[in-house]
Design a protein around this ligand. Sequence first.
Ligand code: S3P
Length: 428
Amino acid sequence: MNAKTIIPKSNLKGEVTVPGDKSISHRSIMLGSLACGTSEITNFLKGSDCIATMNCFRQMGIEIKESQGHIFVTGKGLRGLKAPASILEVENSGTTTRLLSGILAAQKFPSILSGDSSLNRRPMERIMTPLKEMGGTIYSIKNNGCAPLKIEPGTLHGIDYVSKVASAQVKSALLLAGLYTHEETTVTEPTLSRNHTELMLQGYGHDVQTQKNSDGSYSISLTGAKELQPQKIDIPGDISSAAYLIGAALLTKNSELLIQNVGLNETRSGFIDVIQKMKGNIQVLNESISGGEKRGDILVSSSELEGIEIGGDVIPRLIDEIPMIAVLAATAKGTTVIKDARELKIKETNRIDTVSKNLSKMKGNVIPTEDGMIIEGVEQLEGASINSHFDHRIAMAFAIAGLAARGNTTILDSKCIDVSYPDFWNVI
Ligand code: S3P
């Protein structure tokens, strides 16, 4: 069960850094493996999701070494991967599964991707359908639209695909598949999802066009069949991990934290906008840009938060932070409405469900809805026994809730935080 007990605290003070961004870490291994030569990566996240990506590429013959905290990936070009000897284990990682599927659909060898019980319940039709349209052969072995996925050798062609969801995993799978075609591949999404793949591809010397359409949707295009040049990549801290430390400073009394070197890409920084709207004391300092990715320091202190409405275009910019936002809303003054967030249902757990049930256990006032939650602020949460359901973001968000609750809180199956923030318990 590896349970952790959280004892309420105040006076959290200090300067901290958070581990490297998970989305960017995955992409650095993937593009590094497809480039012609050695890429050097600093501040790579050694969480179990990104290690799963590393292991998959090692299984396909890519040399990935570590020296003094830097990762060196020696890519062999777009056509340099070799057939894996066994199943590619993607563990808990949706990003590995979906992005890698895009690459594998274009290979000259067959492969099988399989994950843990949570991953193997998540929907994969959203990538299988467009990859088949591109000429790929990919199917769900159990015929239930989920992994394990079998991918046969394929020759792909470009498509113009309109995605119903703003999903960076769908967009990235198709752009990576598009690298293997001689034509243009265009993905249109209802609003802009995280654009790390586009930015990193540009860093690797590949032209990618992003266009905002008159109906508010975005179209992202590239033309394939061009080799990538190796790069040096310095990964900023993960704003999704910083969110828990920000939450801790906001909720506990007499606290002030400076969180250094946090990624602030506009497609990811919705959490900061929301905290500002909730009247949180938060400031961004020392902004800079590296590899196309904005970064900066975040200064945050104890705050009296106010409930707000959160929906529309901001949702993809903070989707992974919603468990933390819900915890903050639980003791904010007034009502918080979270809507347009149906995607929460297909994350590592159904997060509308797991957040609502756990908040209720802590005597929060929450009504789950079809596409979000309605949360009425209460004076203080009460310590409880929290079932993480092996979802890293549930474990961490409720650990922070526990810091500001009345009485102790226990987080069951606490080791799941290894997925994105292995050092979380020590830092806390
Ligand atoms: C991710 C995209 C998002 C996000 C996930 C990581 C990525 O998922 O929730 O944690 O790295 O591309 P969707 O693409 O399903 O929205």
